[in-house]
Design a protein around this ligand. Structure first.
Ligand code: FE2
Length: 283
């Protein structure tokens, strides 16, 4: 067994996006802070409506997938396909932009806490122009596992193997084979998971603190993990809650311009022309 060490720590930096939603960005805070095929991870968390009320009005995407996981609150997704997704506490929205989607993501609350994540996962070149897709995942579809050493894990995508039992999450069968797990550990507990060496992996701590191979990982920090076949994470004094994300790398060039992520500059220019001409989403 080789434990994957921490290769690099990325602090989540405060920023804002949409119409002024305050958030913390770890992956994606620069083009050098990506982990193939993951492009970006944003955490939003606030009890102050001024930080989120403006939401994300109508905007386009092309070439990748967005995964929104709501820990607290209520948001409404609407897109050009006519989908309406009522995203409530514990729910996930898995959106495949493909050749193009135009959508809005707006808070449905005037007060209280809004907390969650948005992750961007790249698509392989051959899937970037496929038709847009959209799936709402109800909290009841997301398995919650009690861990043998204490704590619990939710599996959104891929499969966790705990005490020799494989527990699949609702999202399966994607080309990059992503694992998306939300793990909560009490102080002193350890989480261990075999994870094939062919997948890139990172951990994002959003409550408490953790350590990996003796190296500390503070709250609101991402750790990109190095090579090995097993992920092993120890909770800090106040326990830890973290996302564990892993996927097969694409090893393709990435050219990003805002909400468009393609392989070449020409494809980005085409996306901008299509958007201006109103044909971004048409087949
Ligand atoms: Fe979006």
């Amino acid at each position: 067994m080789t434990i994957r060490p921490i290769q690099r720590i990325i602090e989540a930096l405060p920023t804002s996006d949409g119409a002024g939603v305050k958030l913390r960005r770890s992956l994606g805070s620069s083009q050098f802070a990506r982990l193939d095929p993951f492009l970006m991870l944003d955490e939003f968390s606030s009890d102050n409506p001024d930080d989120y009320i403006a939401g994300f009005p109508s905007h386009p995407h092309r070439g990748f997938e967005t995964v929104t996981y709501l820990l607290d609150g209520h948001m409404l997704h609407e897109d050009h396909l006519g989908n309406r997704g009522d995203l409530k506490t514990g729910a996930v929205q898995w959106m495949t932009a493909g050749r193009g989607i135009i959508h809005s993501e707006m808070p449905q609350q005037q007060e209280g806490r809004l907390r969650g994540f948005q992750l961007w996962i790249n698509l392989p070149a051959k899937e970037k122009m496929k038709p847009a897709g959209y799936r709402d995942i109800d909290p009841a579809e997301i398995p919650v596992l009690q861990l043998p050493g204490g704590g619990s894990a939710r599996v959104v995508a891929g499969t966790l193997v705990i005490a020799d039992a494989a527990v699949p999450g609702p999202m399966q069968g994607l080309t990059t084979d992503p694992l998306y797990a939300d793990v909560e550990l009490p102080s002193g507990a350890q989480f261990s998971q075999k994870l094939g060496a062919e997948r890139n992996a990172f951990v994002y701590v959003f409550e408490g603190s953790a350590s990996i191979s003796g190296r500390a990982l503070d709250n609101h920090h991402a750790a990109i993990l190095g090579p090995g076949d097993t992920v092993q994470i120890d909770a800090g004094d106040r326990g830890a809650r973290f996302l564990l994300l892993a996927a097969r790398p694409l090893n393709e060039p990435v050219v990003q311009y805002g909400p468009f992520v393609m392989n070449t500059r020409e494809e980005i220019e085409q996306a901008m022309r299509d958007y201006q001409a109103g044909t971004l989403t048409s087949a």
